[in-house]
Design a protein around this ligand. Structure first.
Ligand code: NAP
Length: 288
């Protein structure tokens, strides 16, 4: 099988490298070609358009920022849809709106009825992407899932099939809703302790020793104390996902005041911090 991989950002870069480590025959495409240097060195073939990737691959995986990026790759004369034909599998691993994912499924079936589609958003950030320990949530054509599981296992430690689209998108958004609120809690606590004048390192140690210690508090807490905001999970993507959670809560008539509050807090610092890590919410809350 030939695999195509489109989108070599923070996550896609390592996911594609993990496929190459497993000797997968890989076609790659990225809007910014320089990001494919390492992949080409390791045997990947860079193709000039998403259409070419679709034509020359059996399975095409997308790992792009948002639905705008996905539509840029799918549509147009050189878009992926133009390269479909036969029994191809398209897998969108980017986190996008559930409605958009359902629409994508229909669009692919109309263009090429024998093609199959999966949404497969991931849980885990830059380090799990690098280490091949992502959690992959899949929904869509079951045959496509069965044929793709071996490749998912090269990138993740856990893969789960959830049924129809957009169930995987729903679960991914709920995961990030909880993560965003939790991140906000840590940032608010550290802001207050700083103002009071408590020792950051003692606060960090105690918070990470109690019942709600978690890997995210350990990583992001340390980064905030060290003033390190280099993006692992970009701020703009966290805000995008919180926006999805707010919209879903409205659609399903669920009272979610914390989600709205943390989303608004992310919006507050959006222009300044969008390309930094999501833990820059600490700086937004402190009006830095
Ligand atoms: P990223 O570093 O911002 O990379 C985004 C990718 O999308 C790049 O390949 C970029 O191409 C491409 N892209 C953006 N706009 C485009 C456009 N208009 N047309 C064509 N290509 C475009 O993002 P990431 O952190 O890898 O995240 C990718 C997806 O995974 C997002 O949906 C995110 O929410 C989700 N996710 C991220 C993490 C994380 O920790 N980072 C964890 C789980 C899920 P260029 O290189 O040319 O800019």
């Amino acid at each position: 099988m030939k695999i195509g991989f489109i989108g070599l950002g923070i996550m896609g870069n390592f996911m594609a490298l993990n496929l190459l480590k497993n000797d997968v025959m890989l076609n790659v495409y990225n809007r910014t070609k320089e990001k494919a240097k390492e992949h080409i060195k390791k045997g990947a073939i860079f193709l000039d358009s998403p259409k070419e990737v679709a034509k020359k691959s059996d399975i095409v995986m997308l790992m792009l920022s948002d639905s705008n990026a996905v539509s840029n790759i799918m549509d147009g004369n050189d878009g992926l849809l133009e390269g479909l034909g036969g029994e191809k599998i398209i897998i969108n691993m980017s986190t996008i709106e559930p409605d958009y994912s359902a629409m994508l499924y229909k669009k692919i079936k109309i263009k090429s009825p024998s093609s199959m589609f999966l949404e497969a958003p991931v849980i885990g950030s830059k380090i799990p992407a690098k280490e091949g320990t992502l959690i992959i949530l899949a929904a869509g054509d079951k045959n496509a899932y069965d044929l793709s599981t071996a490749y998912f296992n090269m990138m993740g430690k856990r893969v789960i099939y959830l049924g129809d689209i957009p169930k995987a998108s729903y679960l991914k958004i709920i995961n990030n809703q909880i993560m965003g609120i939790t991140m906000g809690a840590l940032a608010e606590g550290l802001s207050l302790s700083k103002k009071i004048g408590l020792d950051d390192n003692i606060v960090y140690d105690i918070v990470n020793s109690g019942a709600f210690a978690n890997p995210m508090f350990q990583l992001k807490g340390k980064n905030i104390i060290d003033n390190n905001y280099e993006a692992n999970f970009p701020y703009k993507h966290m805000q995008k996902d919180l926006d999805f959670a707010v919209k879903l809560s409205g659609e399903f008539k669920v009272f979610s005041p914390l989600t709205s509050a943390i989303n608004n807090s992310y919006i507050l610092g959006y222009d300044k911090f969008k390309d930094e890590d999501m833990c820059a919410i600490y700086k937004a809350l402190n009006f830095e």
